[in-house]
Design a protein. Structure first.
Lengths: 280, 172
């Protein structure tokens, strides 16, 4: 009798879940209040545990790294000497660049975006998805579709927002697609996350049109035609570009500019690119 | 009632540790799936009804965290609770082999579920790669963690049972 009842419960729950999946696959806006409600309870817990975890981890790694630090210190000293020299050279180039920019009136737009700093409070622990959650949400002006930066490069895009949290899908996630272009030649391409390349720290570049001029080491930035990413944000550097077997397009790999291991703080651009088309 | 509250707290703690603490540990290339361990243990120890209840709770937490279709994880976790609840008739406190075997089977089922519905349907066919790089490490970590978590749950279960029995006798 009891097992019969259980079967009914199971069947009921199954139908319920499948219905939910079906409905939310089409439209999950109505879930936002529920997610926000649960967020009110969970986010403080997550933030707290995260804070404790970070401090314990840092305490431990501080001791562990003391030895390595001495050796590193010596190396860094050499590095400083080298960098000082390089800096001098770059400074002179910087002046030149400024002069040229004024000349061409090419003030780079993405320096002017409104940004806010957020802390990463939870990661996806499984290896299947590269999704993380930050401690700022719609109350801080964050919206779905905001671009997220870390370490000087594009890190991801906000996919889901609650009052005090936002979920970010990073560009290394297997389902991530970024419309991008080479900075020098403005040839467009698609930068796609790929789980099989994740361990090598690479992403895939596809769809470079024939005759497109993207070479090894080229800076890849978000393109002007992307409907979700603001233009001109550095994504990474192209490597191993080769012509596809169809002879029409080339593809290759991209080394991201942002560091994804141990992400702790990210910058969220609160401007949204305004376009009609929500896809792409 | 007390049991449900304690188990719910355990689920939330596991969820938080899984999402906030494990990713901070750099040498952990894969991390154990604590929620899966909890769900199947509750099902195994408490029967199908309990398994489904905690399956729903764990699944909803995960569904709220991810922005994919809502119900994806709930559906799977309900089944984990139900199927492992069937094995409850072989449940015997000091018998650790069966839970370990169940742990492996659950972990494999979970990964296959994620792979088929989130990767295979997008045309990602490199099964062996995913299996080698993701599924096997995670399964090993989960099985090892099951050894500890399961004993902890047994201990909590025993204390709760004692507490309930004591309360019953005082009422009588």
């Amino acid at each position: 009798m009891e097992s019969k009842q259980n079967q009914y419960i199971l069947a009921g729950l199954t139908v319920f879940c499948i219905l939910l999946i079906g409905i939310t696959a089409v439209n999950d806006e109505w879930l936002a209040p529920l997610r926000t409600g649960v967020g009110y309870v969970l986010i403080p817990i997550q933030s707290g545990v995260n804070k404790v975890g970070v401090s314990i981890y840092q305490e431990l790694s501080d001791y562990g790294q003391l030895k390595g630090a001495l050796e590193e210190n010596r190396k860094l000293q050499e590095e400083i000497d080298r960098l000082t020299e390089e800096n001098n050279r770059l400074m002179s180039e910087q002046f030149e660049l400024r002069r040229l920019r004024e000349l061409y009136d090419l003030d780079q737009e993405y320096m002017q975006y409104e940004k806010t700093v957020a802390r990463v409070i939870a990661n996806d622990s499984g290896d299947w998805f590269q999704v993380f959650r930050v401690n700022k949400g719609s109350a801080d002006g964050i919206q779905v579709g905001n671009n997220v930066l870390a370490g000087g490069g594009l890190a991801g895009i906000v996919t889901d927002v609650g009052a005090h949290y936002a979920t970010v899908r990073s560009i290394i996630d297997d389902s991530s697609r970024v419309s991008a272009m080479a900075l020098q030649s403005t040839d467009t391409c698609i930068v796609a996350g790929d789980l099989t390349l994740y361990k090598d720290g690479r992403l895939r570049i596809t769809g470079i049109r024939k005759g497109g001029d993207i070479k090894e080491g080229d800076r890849i930035v978000t393109s002007n035609i992307s409907s979700r990413f603001l233009p001109g944000i550095l994504v990474g550097y192209a490597v191993d570009i080769s012509i596809d077997s169809n002879q029409l397009t080339s593809s290759g790999y991209l080394v991201p500019a942002a560091q994804f291991s141990n992400l702790q703080e990210v910058l969220i651009i609160t401007d949204v690119k305004e376009t009609e088309d929500p896809e792409g | 009632m007390k049991r449900i509250v304690i188990n719910l707290v355990l689920i939330i703690v596991a969820f938080t540790i899984q999402n906030c603490v494990f990713p901070l540990i750099p040498f952990l290339s894969a991390s154990p799936n604590l929620l899966l361990i909890l769900t199947f243990s509750f099902g195994f120890m408490g029967g199908q009804r309990a398994g489904m209840l905690y399956g729903v709770l764990a699944g909803i937490l995960l569904d709220l965290f991810y922005s994919g279709p809502f119900g994806f994880y709930t559906l799977f976790y309900v089944y984990v609770g139900y199927v492992n609840g069937i094995c409850t008739k072989y449940y015997y406190e000091d018998y650790i082999t069966l839970p370990l075997v169940l742990s492996i089977l659950n972990e494999l089922a979970y990964n296959i579920y994620v792979y088929v519905f989130r990767f295979l349907i997008r045309g990602r066919l490199d099964v062996m790669y995913y299996f080698r790089e993701l599924v096997i490490p995670e399964t090993i970590f989960t099985v090892v963690t099951t050894l500890f978590i399961y004993r902890l749950l047994l201990y909590i279960n025993r204390r709760l049972t004692e507490f309930e029995n004591r309360r019953d006798t005082t009422i009588v």
